[in-house]
Design a protein around this ligand. Structure first.
Ligand code: SF4
Length: 263
């Protein structure tokens, strides 16, 4: 899972702040993985593209899975804080919301889509996603003109694209004027997992000390990522894993602005 770009000190930070895989975090991740496996096994999931409907159970189970991830984060961050690290992320800070969230699963896109649709804000966020998509496309064309191949294929090209996008200072489609996330409860794992252990100024890629910042992505364990991939395979929506293009494509090409029916 990609999350947000992290600093040049990634390996140093990773040494001090390990992904937790211990007797308390492992059962949380195992339960989360089991839930996504259960959802993927439902026959309606495979037929979603035709009927645009899902069992209500899948929504309930999904909420439970994301709550388990929240528990995992609280536990993990608690352990990290005990080692003397300060987490600088909190209400009112949107320093990382000028990145393009990446590594988003198709399932998460459905959850976000449902959330904004229910809130009656689909049109507004579709337009904003398209605008962000256009900025991303402009950044990509600049890279192409700068000598990188027409298609962004390698990991380093992809990382450069995301880094250059964050330099464009285009705020996330879901960021309010008061720097709040307007889909906070439904935001993707890519946003939830990102933590800064140095002041927010160092999260600005244009800051001269950006590379000194300590930022980590506390991604779920591999078994969860694998189950989400399986689930996406069953959904077969073939969406981009980037927030703006993925959501725009889901809205216009798959859902065609209609509602998800929960049965
Ligand atoms: S979805 Fe919310 S948390 Fe994530 S980048 Fe956008 S505004 Fe920030």
């Amino acid at each position: 899972m990609t999350g947000f770009p992290i600093s040049g000190q990634q390996s140093d930070a990773a040494l001090v702040i390990p992904q937790l895989d211990d007797h308390q975090s492992r059962p949380l991740m195992a339960k989360m993985a089991r839930i996504f496996r259960e959802i993927a096994a439902m026959s309606e999931v495979k037929r979603f593209r035709q009927h645009l409907s899902l069992p209500e159970d899948t929504r309930r189970l999904s909420q439970r899975a994301f709550r388990l991830y929240d528990e995992y984060l609280i536990y993990t961050i608690g352990k990290v804080q005990k080692k003397g690290w300060r987490v600088y992320c909190g209400p009112g800070c949107a320093a990382c919301c000028f990145n393009m969230p990446a590594g988003i699963s198709n399932w998460e896109f459905l959850i976000i889509y449902d959330h904004i649709q229910q809130a009656g804000q689909l049109g507004k966020f579709f337009r904003r996603s398209l605008e962000s998509y256009q900025v991303l496309d402009r950044v990509k064309r600049q890279l192409v003109n700068g000598g990188i191949e027409q298609q962004i294929e390698s990991k380093s090209e992809y990382d450069t694209l995301l880094h250059n996008y964050s330099l464009a200072k285009n705020s996330c489609s879901f960021l309010s004027d008061t720097q709040e996330c307007l889909i906070y409860s439904a935001r993707p794992l890519a946003c939830k997992m990102h933590f800064a252990f140095t002041p927010p100024e160092l999260c600005d890629p244009a800051h001269h000390l950006f590379s000194q910042g300590v930022r980590v992505n506390l991604s779920p364990h591999a078994e969860v990522e694998d189950e989400l991939k399986q689930l996406d395979g069953h959904l077969n929506l073939a969406l981009s894993d980037l927030l703006a293009p993925g959501l725009a494509a889901l809205t216009a090409n798959v859902m065609r602005f209609s509602t998800i029916t929960w049965t």
